[in-house]
Design a protein around this ligand. Structure first.
Ligand code: ADP
Ligand code: TRP
Length: 317
């Protein structure tokens, strides 16, 4: 079976952009590929995050992903830091990739600008760790949102460099995009919905009814904004109403208040069962932690086997 992997950082709350751009696809693809999904906690260290925050946010994210449909019976679900090979392989990749390639990365530039007092080396070499996350499992398919395409291209460059210098071992990584690879912010529809743009930018999976209503009420309704709300409605709302509202939009007859009301309702309904599952899972933290530990064992086995071969190829076995 084709090997697929993806990860997500435990920073802030998971939102509908993450869901529609990545996680929804993860859930659907579990039946078609040999899947692994992980919490990219080592990547979170590139930001200022306390030990306590990292622990709590990792737990919350695991719960969220399970509630959204990641199934540990179908997929290997683990925490990046539990599998030792990620950090080791990333070092090997750091020694293959020119600094200039890393400096070109949009995420590096954006993050450096966002936290100018913390432009750490990890921010720069972040894509080498990401390439290691993928190639440690010799995975070829990576479901992500549009913003990660550049990092996946770099993973391809790294794999090619390794294969040329040593032996052909790693596959060419390919992104798998969803129907909604770039959902825009509610309060700034020119930019992608993102945790880093603040609470008003996104609907979090855990947002309560009143918060959802308030955020959507305040959403910007310029042309791009309304298009974005209609796109959201197309995923969560009623098909007939959606096509009627799309028609009304094109003839200038759409009532934004109505669209916002319908959209709030649709999202609240969609999130209700997920939030219920979150509550259930939170009651049983030892079960949640066991899922991660079991996943790590499975991942470690594959990682060990591949890393053993890599060590031989580069002369450190
Ligand atoms: P954020 O930008 O909110 O911090 P992450 O970097 O944690 O999001 O992204 C996790 C996954 O969700 C990645 O695969 C990313 O491409 C996807 N993603 C993030 N924001 C969006 C968005 N607005 N639209 C579609 N996909 C997104
Ligand atoms: N960089 C990704 C993001 O910001 C998270 C990530 C880390 C990832 N390692 C990965 C995604 C490997 C796919 C594959 O969203």
């Amino acid at each position: 079976m084709k090997i697929l992997i993806s990860g997500i950082k435990p920073t802030g709350h998971i939102h509908l952009g993450n869901y529609l751009g990545a996680v929804k696809n993860w859930v659907d693809l579990q039946n078609k590929y040999s899947c692994s999904f992980f919490i990219a906690d080592l990547h979170s260290l590139t930001m200022k995050i306390s030990a306590q925050e990292l622990k709590q946010q990792t737990f919350d994210l695991v719960v969220d992903l399970l509630a959204m449909g990641i199934d540990p019976k179908k997929s290997i679900f683990f925490r990046q830091s539990d599998v030792w090979g990620h950090a080791e392989l990333s070092w090997i990749f750091n020694c293959l990739i020119p600094v200039a390639e890393l400096e070109r990365m949009t995420q590096f530039k954006d993050e450096s600008a966002r936290q100018p007092d913390n432009v750490n080396a990890g921010l720069l070499t972040y894509p080498a760790l990401q390439a290691a996350d993928i190639l440690l499992y010799r995975a070829q398919y990576v479901p992500v949102g549009h913003d990660q395409i550049q990092h996946l291209e770099l993973s391809r460059v790294i794999a090619r460099k390794f294969n040329q210098r040593y032996q052909k071992f790693f596959p060419e990584v390919q992104p798998v995009l969803s129907d909604s690879p770039r959902l825009m912010s509610l309060n700034n529809p020119q930019k992608k919905m993102s945790k880093s743009l603040g609470e008003a930018s996104y609907i979090a999976i855990r947002d309560k009814r009143e918060i959802i209503q308030a955020k959507i009420k305040k959403a910007v309704t310029d042309e791009q904004g309304v298009k974005n709300l209609l796109e959201l409605y197309s995923y969560f709302g009623d098909k007939k109403k959606h096509s009627q509202m799309t028609k009304d939009f094109s003839t200038g007859q759409l009532m934004n208040v109505k669209l916002k009301e319908e959209l709030s309702l649709a999202i609240i309904q969609f999130l209700e069962p997920i939030q219920k599952k979150i509550k259930e899972l939170e009651k049983n933290p030892s079960r949640v932690n066991k899922i991660l530990k079991d996943g790590a064992k499975k991942a470690q086995k594959i990682a060990d086997k591949n890393l053993k071969e890599v060590r031989k190829m580069i002369g450190v076995d």
